[in-house]
Design a binder for this molecule. Sequence first.
Ligand code: FAD
Length: 538
Amino acid sequence: MQNSQHDVVIVGAGPVGLATARMLGQRGHGVIVVERWPEPYPLPRAVHFDDEIGRVFQSMELAREVAAITEPVPDFYEWRNAAGEALLRIDWSGTGPNGWPTANFFSQPQLEQVLARALDSMPNVGLVRGVDVVDIEEHQDRVVVHAGDTRVGKPGQILAPTRATRSLTARYVIGCDGANSLVRSRMPVEMQDQGFFFDWLIVDTIPTDDAAWSPMNWQLCDPVRPTTIVSGGPGRRRWEFMRLPGEDATGLATSETAWKLLAAWGRTPDNTHLERHAMYTFAARWADKWNAGRLAIAGDAAHQMPPFAGQGMCSGLRDAANLSWKLDRVLRGVSEPRLLDTYTSERSLHLQHAITMSVELGKVICVLDPQQAAQRDARMIAGDADPAKVLPVTARPVLGNGIVAADRVLGGTLAPQFAVEVDHSPQPLDTATGSGAVLLLHSGRPAGQLLNPSLWQSLATVDGTAKSVAAGGDPDLHDVTGAWARWFDANAVAAVLIRPDHYIYGAAPDIEDVYELVAEYAAVLGLDSAAVPATGVT
Ligand SMILES: Cc1cc2nc3c(=O)[nH]c(=O)nc-3n(C[C@H](O)[C@H](O)[C@H](O)COP(=O)(O)OP(=O)(O)OC[C@H]3O[C@@H](n4cnc5c(N)ncnc54)[C@H](O)[C@@H]3O)c2cc1C
């Protein structure tokens, strides 16, 4: 039997496994990803990511590659009733606070190709396909993953491997192995289920005419056949059709049915290429624990949600960003393994916001009773289709307890990435600040003059740096649009400590208070507070 040793084994080469491998690989760790399917998975799934996730791709140094396969949204996401009246209109135009288009459409197989190619160039990261993990043995100092060679049955069907042919030893194993996660089954985990299940037929097409689509993305909330009509990335269109009671799921998942349903939209083989189709049962569930000992789960292995908010993969990529900077510290021995417990506590609360939002949107569209649909229409039209009036959840999500100063302003929220200039050259904030934590000071003086040397040393112990940003004076970063000044003023703070995943640990009302902020951050990371000076500002 073959045996190999790694810092981290990642089970599953979906978007979350590939992204986690990239993020750990960027930090220098030896990672191997093992994937059951011999070839990349071709079926339709995610099509949307938001501006935060664009920024995550940017942190993976894949901004250009991802933008090249992406279609930003120029308008709004509209939900209409059978009469064509707007029930809900979500503005998806323009650039979001993360410096990326607010909403972006793409094809998941293409994105996975970009992510897999990025791993090819990393000598410390491997990706092996056609390897099916069958068992996991956890020891005090390591984990052993047993795997067999995948056996493919009928097209699209995987048979259980006859025996384990190899074992992989690692310090940690991350299960990015999807909804039926084997890694999760080896952890003391209970699933929380909202009992929200509906079957939908997903049909991905490539139009061969020059049809125009306006709005680009919308939902037809018609109880006769709830339907989603969205971009599938550049040059692609997607339709999603809800299965009606009494309709046979197998009968519905055929290309004949797909063409029949498309015909009602004027799409025929004369103007459309049918790329792929598949039936999915949407669910809303999450694991109550995402890490235990040397095992962790991320992405669909940890949570699943209906796709109406386009947040399933996005949530998984947030998991990857949260887990990778913490696991990096644990692997380097600069933080205790208990730091990983904050991965569950922080992400779980944030994720529940995405699930609630997705279910609420699902409740708008998955309505088959004409009377209920009429009541829904009346309520939403009376609310002017305004999300703030017609949806119950509108507040921005916040991380749960963890590396978050809950008693400080902005703790646990996502820092924006407004434009800055360095030496007259425009740069995204994260490029200008680097990949670690950053203490961002609202000042026209350079951070090098503001902070004393021992605070700089403390920042180095938390993998951090400091930068000042202001519209005038001589700051490290020039606030060219005034957006940073408005943001600092609106929040009545003078400094924020931003973590490597761009979430804010906490803020300080005055620059004189930053030493306490850094000391607290070091302490929650498990570092000796004696390493932090009693004053930090010169
Ligand atoms: C119709 C539809 C539309 C969607 N739309 C959106 C959207 O617009 N935006 C969005 O953000 N999300 C969307 N999603 C959700 C998104 O597709 C998923 O959240 C995402 O694919 C999860 O990625 P993952 O890497 O966690 O898991 P997966 O993509 O499921 O990957 C898991 C991988 O693990 C492998 N694996 C499993 N077990 C083993 C094993 N024992 N050994 C080796 N390998 C194993 C599997 O083969 C698979 O490749 C949509 C989903 C659907 C179904």
